[in-house]
Design a protein around this ligand. Structure first.
Ligand code: ADP
Length: 270
């Protein structure tokens, strides 16, 4: 009986070891795919805005030479391409700062209710084909943190929600207090994320297998940067998703100030 028990155990251990080595092999292959994809995606992404940028500048130059009034839309469109390029370059710079441990965070009071409101107001102007719904908290929800970096997290999650959702889709942003921490979620009804890709989503250069390649710019750095910013504020970031149904990105931030500190000076005096 003892012999039989041992051989059963050996087989189980062997199967487990085999499954583990298959998992490692799968991960190594995925890492190679991600690295190979990155180089071609990065060159393509950095080059794409240059063609329209050049065209708009040529139009502007022609109009200037002939002393005709300059059509405004070309200036706007050229500036939009410059913004796209600088966004990509900023993501690359932030990534190397994170890698070198040099991404500095400010410490200032930030009202998450107001910050989300501002970010959404700006984005609504640029996204007429989606509905952005804000489920806001009744209190300002103030933490100590880096205002512009926290705005960057929100913008990133929202831009992804817009990028990976069909035209006409609704995106819901929910901000609430959960004890001592704030909980923010961004829910879309877009393409979703395959379950086996979820664990890698917050890694550098990772783009899910189902992310469209053309027309949707992306270097796979945004979520990596978001995770660093949220974790350095002491929080946590994660995603729930179903392919074809949509994704909800959540993050928490600890250290909410109490309601008395959040009240306006008039309220405090009363
Ligand atoms: P990217 O610039 O490629 O969007 P991110 O780091 O922001 O880089 O996101 C990494 C990958 O995660 C994306 O390429 C995409 O595959 C997936 N992803 C992120 N947000 C969403 C979303 N809201 N819906 C579906 N897939 C998403």
């Amino acid at each position: 009986i003892v012999g039989r028990v041992w051989s059963y155990r050996d087989v189980t251990a062997e199967r487990r070891a085999q499954a583990e080595s298959e998992r490692l092999l799968r991960e190594a292959r995925e890492a190679v795919r991600v690295r190979d994809d990155f180089l071609s995606i990065a060159s393509h992404e950095l080059k794409t805005p240059l063609t329209p940028l050049k065209l708009h500048l040529q139009v502007l130059k022609r109009h200037q030479a002939s002393e005709q009034p300059i059509p405004g839309q070309h200036t706007e469109k050229a500036l939009a391409q410059v913004a796209r390029l600088s966004g990509l370059i900023n993501d690359l710079l932030d990534t190397s700062r994170i890698q070198a441990g040099r991404l500095e965070l400010r410490q200032e009071p930030v009202s998450l209710r107001e910050l989300t409101h501002e970010v959404l107001t700006d984005l609504r102007t640029d996204s007429p084909h989606h509905t952005l719904v804000y489920e806001e908290p009744s209190k300002p929800l103030v933490i100590q943190g880096d205002r512009s970096r926290l705005a960057q997290v929100l913008v990133n999650l929202l831009e992804n929600a817009l990028k990976y959702s069909p035209t006409g889709g609704t995106i819901r942003v929910h901000v609430e207090r959960e004890g001592e921490q704030a909980h923010v979620s961004v829910a879309d009804s877009g393409i979703g994320i395959p379950p086996d890709q979820k664990a890698l989503l917050f890694e550098r250069f990772f783009r899910a297998r189902n992310a469209p390649i053309s027309g949707f710019g992306g270097l796979g750095l945004g979520l990596y940067i978001c995770r660093d910013i949220v974790e350095r504020h002491g929080g946590r970031i994660w995603v729930e998703s179903e392919v074809g149904k949509g994704s909800t990105f959540h993050f928490t931030l600890p250290g909410l100030e109490n309601e008395v500190a959040e009240a306006s000076p008039a309220d405090t005096e009363a």
